[in-house]
Design a protein around this ligand. Structure first.
Ligand SMILES: C[S@@+](CC[C@H](N)C(=O)[O-])C[C@H]1O[C@@H](n2cnc3c(N)ncnc32)[C@H](O)[C@@H]1O
Length: 276
């Protein structure tokens, strides 16, 4: 059985900067979470960037793959969570040109010599991210690349079940802020237009991963590392009660067969180049 340990925060209002991330819980599915990053960055062949920024870099292991791939480039990972950044020290020590910085994406602006911006599974936490992307494109130099992956699974059973439970009367007041704050992913058209509207080049694709996760309650375990965090933080002492109501609904939607749970997960990818 998955037990959800969470540091509660005061009040029902969602604020991305007070949601506590739990690196160990996040890493529980490290291989599955790495795949979209590797698929995204596999589209960057032929680039020789000199300054790379990874926005919402989390625990930094994936950022370090960029430093391995381009050892002559300066690579900076930024993230607003000190908990996620806590383990990045040894990575930076191993890579002379890799650094990490605690900073909110909302306050970041690219220096003009940044020539590759990567963001994997992070921008959906930033409500204004598409407007920010438009601004970054006006500052980046011609030929600079922005490579982004965001989840596209708001209509999946896992998300619908969380939203339905959160909307039930006994939870609705406490979770009003948390519920609205996590529906920030646009359509593929929205992301493509960020680039096309400014005359930039872009390619886009989507993938639905079919994760085969070990053990019962694997989907609950997955969600507790990401999407449930604002909900559970807003609920504080009532978080366990919410989880126990969610657990049977997720089990019914994602049955465990022969010890494994099939968890489809759609993701959107865009890789764009600032216009010459
Ligand atoms: C799902 S994790 C992805 C981490 C990493 N990119 C990866 O692929 O494993 C999302 C990350 O975004 C960070 N994040 C969320 N909102 C943020 C914000 N407004 N500014 C900076 N980082 C943010 C979180 O702290 C977390 O580390």
């Amino acid at each position: 059985m998955v037990a959800i340990a969470l540091d509660p925060v005061d009040g029902p209002t969602y604020d991305a900067h007070v949601v506590r991330w739990d690196p160990e819980r996040y890493r529980a599915f490290a291989e599955e979470r790495a795949r979209p990053f590797l698929d995204l960055t596999s589209r960057l062949d032929g680039l020789t960037p000199s300054r790379i920024v990874d926005l919402g870099c989390g625990t930094g292991e994936l950022t370090a793959t960029l430093a391995d791939r381009w050892p002559d480039a300066d690579v900076l990972g930024i993230d607003s969570s000190p908990d996620m950044l806590a383990a990045t020290g040894p990575l930076a020590a191993e890579h002379p040109r890799l650094a990490f910085q605690e900073q909110a994406i909302e306050g970041w602006e690219p220096d003009p010599d940044v020539d590759l911006v990567v963001s994997n599974a992070a921008l959906q936490w930033v409500p204004t991210h598409r407007e920010l992307m438009r601004g970054w494109l006006t500052r980046l130099r011609p030929g600079a690349t922005i490579a982004v992956q965001v989840p596209g699974n708001e209509d999946s059973a896992s998300q619908v079940l969380v939203r339905e439970l959160a909307a039930e009367p006994r939870w609705a007041d406490a979770l009003a802020g948390a519920g609205s704050a996590i529906l920030r992913v646009g359509t593929m058209r929205d992301y493509v237009d960020v680039f096309l509207d400014g005359g930039h080049r872009v390619e886009a694709w989507e993938t639905t991963y079919q994760h085969v996760l070990p053990g019962e309650d694997a989907v609950l375990g997955w969600l507790s590392g990401t999407r449930l965090r604002p909900y559970l933080a807003a609920l504080g002492a009532r978080a366990d009660e919410f989880v126990e109501e969610l657990r049977p609904r997720l089990r019914a939607a994602y049955p465990t067969v022969s010890g494994a749970t099939l968890f489809p997960f759609r993701r959107l990818f865009v890789v764009g180049t600032a216009r010459p």
